[in-house]
Design a protein around this ligand. Sequence first.
Ligand code: G3P
Length: 218
Amino acid sequence: MADTLYIVNLKHYRNAVGRSFRSFMESMGRFRHVENVVFAIPHVNFPDAHAMDGFRFFAQDIDPPSGFGAYTGSVSMDVAMEYGISGTLLNHSERRVSDERIASVVQRAASLSFDVVLCARDAEEVRRFSSLNCRYIAYEPPPELIGGNISVSTARPEVIRQAVEIARASGKSLLVGAGIKSRGDVEKSIDLGASGILVASGVVLANSPPDALSSLIV
Ligand code: G3P
């Protein structure tokens, strides 16, 4: 389905980030100009990403807007966009942030048309985040499913159905992530109402990451 969104989170995997980034993304060449495939990448590789045309890149996190100035260590949407980064994950279960930071990032992102995938760990957070002005809510359960072989669509179907209803009621698209390893996991997620998936180890750590990603696309 062409409108299903696939977000490949490179996380901090040795074979995909830092000095490995360019070779990893070159291996993903078949996904250039594939609009429904996005790669979530570390800040350090923004310049490399900018030199690789045809891919869609998101950040894995972004700092709240402070403008330019004496903000040591800040990584802003404004600079990310200079490198062609068009969105970000936010509040990922491995990088949770405060509600204040979420509200500040989402508000600024909306004014810049910078996509935000706001990650929620349960239906209550999906409900709370659905009132915010961001395009995507991602249901990512607590870490025990992440990196595992039981997908969230198998382990938590009832939560996904509930989360889809909550998100839809606010005009949001719900994505799901954790343990996605097969096309069946993707189809199950879509059947439950999800608009896309987030995947990391099932693709990035596969023997052939491009073949693994191709095998997930329905
Ligand atoms: O951002 C998605 C990620 O947390 C899922 O990880 O390895 O279970 O696909 P994984």
